[in-house]
Design a protein around this ligand. Sequence first.
Ligand SMILES: *Cc1c(COP(=O)(O)O)cnc(C)c1O
Length: 367
Amino acid sequence: MHPVDLAPEYVRAIAPYQPGKPVSELAREMGLAEDTIVKLASNENPLGLPASARAAIERELAELARYPDGNGFALKAALCARFGVDAAQVVLGNGSNDVLELIARAFLKPGDEVVFSQYAFAVYPLVAQATGARGVAVPAKAWGHDLDAMLAAINDRTRVVFVANPNNPTGTLLSPEAIARFVAAVPESVLVVLDEAYTEYLAPEARFDSVGALAQYPNLIVSRTFSKAYGLAGLRVGFAFAHPEVADLINRVRQPFNVNSLAQAAAVAVLDDADYLARSVEVNHAGVRALTEAFDRLGLEYIPSSANFVTFRAPDAARLNSRLLAEGVIVRPLAPYGMGDWLRVSIGLPGENARFIEVLGAALARG
Ligand SMILES: *Cc1c(COP(=O)(O)O)cnc(C)c1O
C-alpha cells in the first residue's frame, strides 16, 4: 500500500484552496519590478500595517525567544473591554480561518452535514471535508444567502451552518432582521457560525447585533478577523465569541500557541487605533464608489458590495485576467467558486484603483 492510501478518502478528495497570486510570483513570471505591481486579489488593507501595530511589534521583538501567552490574556482583555464579552467566551485563532477549522474539528465527524451557501467562502467546504463531514451547498439567491432555503436544508445530521455576512466573494449583505429571524429559527442543536470578517465596513444601522444575540442563543458563534479593516493579514490573528461552554470545547482542540506574540501585541494595539479603522472604512467607501462608477462607465455588470472588494462580470474573464496580469495588476478570478465569468477586485489606494481602471479600460478597448 502506498502511504497516501493511509489517508481517509475524504482527505484525499480535498481540492486545495487557491490563494491570490503573490506579488513576487507575478514579478518572476512577467519580468516586472515588484514595486510596479498592483495586488488587488486578497482583500488586504491597502493602508498597510498600522503604525500603532508596528510600534507594538517592535516593543515585543525582545521577547521572541519566549513562547507566546497561550491564553492570550492581554488580547482577550482588550476584546472584552471593546465588545462587552466575557474572556470565557473568546477563542483566539491564527487568523479566523483557524477558528473556522477549530469549530469543524471540535464539532464534526464523518457522516455529519454542514450547510453553507453557494458562492460562500471557500474555506467552509474545506474545513468540513477535512473532518469527513458532508458539505451541503444551498443555491444562492441574487448571489447571496437564501436563508429560507438554508433553513430547509437543515436535517437530523446537520451540526453546523456557516453564514458569511457580508459574503465573500460576492459582497452581498443580509439585513439585521433577516439574520435575527434565521438565528431564532435554527434548532438549538445546530451551531450557527456567523462569519463577520467585513463587518467593520458596514454602517452601524446595517449591522446585526451579533454579540448581543450571544446571550440568547448558546448555538451562535460569531467570528471576526484582524486581517481586513484592521490591516494585519500577514500576522494571522482572528477571534470568535461563543457561549462559554462552546468556547471551552473549541479551545480544547486549539494548539496552545496558535497565535504568535507579535500578532497578539499588534492586535491589542490596533483595537485601540480608532483612527486607522476610520481611515480603512473611508478609503474603502471612496474606492468602492470609484470602481463601481468605472464599471458603470465601461458597461460592466457588478454585484453591489458591502465589503472591501467588488465582483464584476467580464465578457471573457480568463482572457481579461491574463491581460491584467501582463500589465502587473492582480485580481481574483472566481472560476474556483463556479463563477467563471466573474472577477473580484479588492479596493486599493486611490492610485491603485485608478491604475486598475486604466488597465481594465485599455484591455476592454482592445477587445
Ligand atoms: C478574509 C476572510 C476571512 C478572514 O480570514 P483570516 O483567516 O482571518 O485572515 C474570514 N472569512 C471570510 C468570509 C473572509 O473573506
